[in-house]
Design a protein around this ligand. Structure first.
Ligand code: SF4
Length: 347
């Protein structure tokens, strides 16, 4: 029987991860949010540090947002951290500190969609719910030899029904984890290892020799490229940092002022003027790029000096220690290293 064979393989091959076998809903929630778009190897350290800082949903709810973002620094997709924080406030304030135990109620919380709700409901509360991530979609499409594009709602619905029919009702959380493990270790995107597959006998794609052609994916969205000038403005042993707006890309994080299509020192001096900064110089520092989901930043850094730096809610003049304390996205890492070096040299 499919689920028994799958779970026997899972029990023999499951990796020893900090969140494996975890039943505490709060910890499952944190691990599932961190694991979205991020490898298990990267998540391990963040998971341990995050739980040490915020061991309960109450502790997370009471933390300042900047502290939550600082602990998330480098993990990317920062809206995950902001939504975790917002959801923790709702759980602590309105739900007596307990995560809901149904998919419907979980999905009302910020940042919890179909996948995460299914994962929490099945792993923490043993509810027979699927956690349909990319692995499950691929495995189910192959098992059923689904010929439709997996981006289509009707196809997703068919795959979900197929997954529900295969699920082990006694161990729904383990079933989801086993399917994800199968997708991650055996039923790989390009080259499935069918020879090592514990459920090969149940696979329609393999039977028909279609395993490499499936699943049919939606066309890739082309990434837009933005060229941005990044300004490191120094004054009296400090450098100017700017907080990004509360919504949109990298919301609430700190960066060095940067401007689209400002590709030389003169253009940056003009843009800085609009922030109230009278900058001089403009030594070229070097380039860096960063790839977001739908966007690429190609950045060029320039160093300036100023007699004074403005200080208001969103602009701050910081020394090296102050710079380290600000939550900054990975996109700014190369420039932060440059700024740090220059601050230390000029001490
Ligand atoms: S037999 Fe091959 S294609 Fe089918 S589920 Fe196993 S690894 Fe995937």
């Amino acid at each position: 029987m499919f689920s028994k064979e799958l779970l026997a393989w899972h029990d023999a091959h499951a990796r020893d991860l900090p969140w494996r076998g975890e039943k505490a809903p709060y910890k499952i929630w944190i691990s599932e949010i961190m694991l979205q778009q991020t490898t298990t190897q990267t998540v391990k350290g963040y998971y341990a540090r995050f739980l040490a800082a915020f061991p309960t949903v109450q502790a997370l709810a009471e933390a300042p947002e900047q502290e939550v973002l600082k602990l998330w620094e480098g993990l990317g997709y920062y809206s995950r951290a902001r939504n975790l924080h917002r959801a923790a406030k709702v759980i602590a304030g309105d739900l007596s500190g307990r995560l809901p135990d149904t998919v419907e109620a979980l999905k009302k919380l910020p940042g919890i969609g179909d996948y995460t709700a299914g994962a929490i409901a099945s792993m923490a509360f043993d509810r027979p719910e699927l956690a349909m991530d990319g692995n499950l979609v691929r495995v189910l499409a192959r098992l059923t030899a689904e010929a439709g594009c997996v981006g289509e709602a009707a196809v997703k619905k068919r795959l979900r029904a197929a997954g529900a029919a295969l699920m082990d009702l006694d161990r729904p959380g383990d079933f989801n984890q086993a399917m994800m493990g199968l997708g991650r270790l055996v039923c790989l995107p390009g080259q499935p290892k069918c020879g090592a597959c514990p459920v090969a006998a149940h696979c329609a794609a393999r039977e028909r020799g279609l395993q490499r052609e499936l699943p049919l994916m939606p066309p890739k969205i082309e990434k837009k490229t933005e060229r941005r000038g990044v300004a490191l403005v120094f004054s009296g042993g400090r450098v100017l940092a700017r907080r990004r707006p509360d919504s949109g890309l990298l919301a609430g994080l700190w960066e060095f002022p940067n401007f689209q299509d400002a590709r030389d020192a003169a253009s940056l001096i003009e843009c800085l003027g609009e922030l109230g900064v009278t900058a001089r110089g403009g030594k070229r520092l070097g380039a860096a790029s960063h790839v977001f989901t739908h966007l690429v930043w190609k950045m060029e850094g320039f160093a300036f000096t100023a007699d004074a730096l403005p200080e208001n809610g969103d602009l701050r003049a910081v020394d090296a220690a102050g710079l380290d304390a600000l939550p900054m996205p990975t996109a700014m890492r190369a420039f932060r290293d440059m700024a740090n070096k220059m601050l230390k040299l000029n001490k």
